[in-house]
Design a protein around this ligand. Structure first.
Ligand SMILES: *Cc1c(COP(=O)(O)O)cnc(C)c1O
Length: 481
């Protein structure tokens, strides 16, 4: 309604500005555009000029100044040229941060992946013999060696492992799961939904806090495809609780001739007590306790690229590999190369905390992190000026990705607060945005109106300092924008 009040006037203003706008050709011929065309290519530049002019026409803002239009075009092309998937500094205190890409790869894995990207590789090719090789063969032996399982296969991620197992062993049949283990992992991985997609009927047993052997026994019938045990990765049920131990469940499943699948989630190949963490069941332990199949992730505690592993009984692995779904879930040569190199590091567990960034960061001593905080505090104080105060503070890091959910690691970092007597938190929010706008965004977390940087995951100190050079300190009022 309001729009119809002054249409004449708006149209006239817009059209007079429109007359002043330069044409696409005029902008392209301007001196500033010569180098730009060379740098970005004709198609991209023409597209950007058209876009900028169209927007100008729409809001009637721009005058006919060709140089101004050219500078807007240049700025836009510069922004568009930045990779969308940018590297950042993870100072959140969560080592395996799903939204920041989880595990960082070991140098050996990076090199292997790069070599595989640059060259043809013997992916499914038996170099010595005449018959065709299989891509899983590159990691099958290693997985067997490191887990004690009879056989192994690899897919896109652990969600895919679970989907493939359910679809292969329990399509049109039932899968029995304790109500205490019906997990939701971030990003829409909910066990009941995955079951439905796999064509499996979910049979919930027990209660949230207590599940007994008789609950399993009562549920097993003609239509049972498998029993699924799920690691409660991101939560813990405490108090009056009971679950059936893996070993007991395995005996029970064997008696009834129903496969037992243990979804370990993160899964670890070594005892984490080595790194001062709490004990998590290892994959080898889960296999030894009698699970027929064990599924786990590649990029959680294992410290490799995104992948899903399934290890266990040879006949069941063969069935999984025969499922046409396996073809859609398989991994490419780049990841396979990185997985192989990562797994090889596990042959020398004593050097894992030097070589594997995930363990290096998890095992990093608090004193070392504190020393880093002491060195960086004055540097940051200088850069952000007198409107903020910086202090070295103790904090707690998390493992992340649903591994050891209640476990925290004593750490240290920097706490940045507004120097104003009446802190509103707005200045701090604006400062956090400024850090995120750096060429390599610095991601911390806001806690009690302070910007908190946990320095556990900061490796490259010199790069971090150099990156601060262009920090734009928010001025009064910026916080509102
Ligand atoms: C993380 C997790 C998954 C999913 O693994 P992705 O590798 O993220 O696909 C499945 N089950 C459990 C128990 C998990 O913790």
């Amino acid at each position: 309604m309001a729009k119809s009040v002054a249409p004449q006037k708006t149209t006239r203003t817009a059209s007079s500005a429109l007359r002043k706008l330069p044409s696409v050709d005029e902008v392209l011929r301007s001196p500033a555009m010569v180098a730009t065309l060379d740098q970005f290519g004709r198609q991209a530049v023409v597209g950007a000029v058209r876009g900028v002019l169209a927007e100008a026409r729409k809001d009637g803002e721009v005058t006919g100044d060709i140089a101004h239009v050219a500078s807007v075009v240049l700025a836009r092309l510069g922004t568009d040229a930045q990779p969308s998937l940018r590297t950042v500094f993870n100072l959140t205190g969560t080592v395996l941060h799903t939204n920041l890409g989880r595990a960082l790869l070991a140098e050996q894995a990076v090199e292997a992946a790069v070599a595989a990207m640059r060259s043809a590789v013997a992916l499914e090719f038996d170099v010595d013999g005449a018959h065709r090789g299989e891509r899983d063969d590159h990691v099958r032996g290693l997985l067997r060696e490191l887990t004690g399982a009879e056989d192994a296969t690899i897919v896109n991620n652990n969600a895919a492992s679970v989907l493939l197992v359910l679809n292969t062993l329990a399509r049109g049949r039932e899968a029995i799961v304790s109500r205490g283990e019906l997990i939701e992992i971030g990003g829409a991985f909910r066990m009941p939904d995955i079951m439905a997609r796999a064509g499996t009927r979910l049979i919930e047993i027990g209660t949230t806090n207590r599940t007994h052997p008789k609950d399993y026994i009562g549920a097993i019938g003609e239509k049972t495809g498998l029993i699924l045990k799920v690691h409660t990765s991101n939560y813990r049920i405490e108090g009056f609780t009971k679950q059936v131990p893996a070993q007991e469940l395995a005996i029970l499943a064997r008696e009834r001739q129903v496969p037992l699948v243990n979804d370990l989630g993160s899964g670890t190949l070594v005892d984490l007590r080595r790194f001062g963490l709490a004990h998590e069941p290892t994959v080898a332990e889960a296999v030894a306790k009698g699970a027929d199949l064990v599924t786990f992730s590649g990029d959680k505690l294992l410290g490799g690229p995104q992948a899903g592993f399934i290890v266990g009984r040879k006949d069941l692995i063969a069935k999984l590999n025969r499922n046409p779904m396996k073809r859609s879930l398989r991994v490419d040569k780049i990841r396979l190369a990185a997985v192989e190199a990562t797994l090889k590091l596990y042959r020398d567990p004593d050097r894992l905390s030097e070589r594997l960034p995930t363990f290096r960061m998890l095992a990093r001593p608090k004193q070392e992190i504190e020393g880093l905080a002491q060195r960086l505090a004055p540097v940051i104080a200088r850069v952000i000026g007198a409107s903020f105060t910086v202090s070295v503070t103790a904090c707690h890091s998390q493992v992340g990705s649903g591994a050891l959910p209640v476990e925290t690691l004593p750490s240290a970092g920097l706490s940045i607060q507004s120097a104003k007597a009446r802190r509103s938190g707005r200045e701090v929010a604006a400062l956090s945005t400024a850090f995120r706008r750096l060429p390599r965004p610095v991601i911390g977390r806001i806690e009690d109106q302070a910007l908190m940087f946990d320095l556990r995951c900061l490796g490259d100190e010199a790069d971090f300092i150099a990156n601060l050079a262009t920090l734009k300190i928010p001025e009064a009022g910026d916080a509102l924008a």
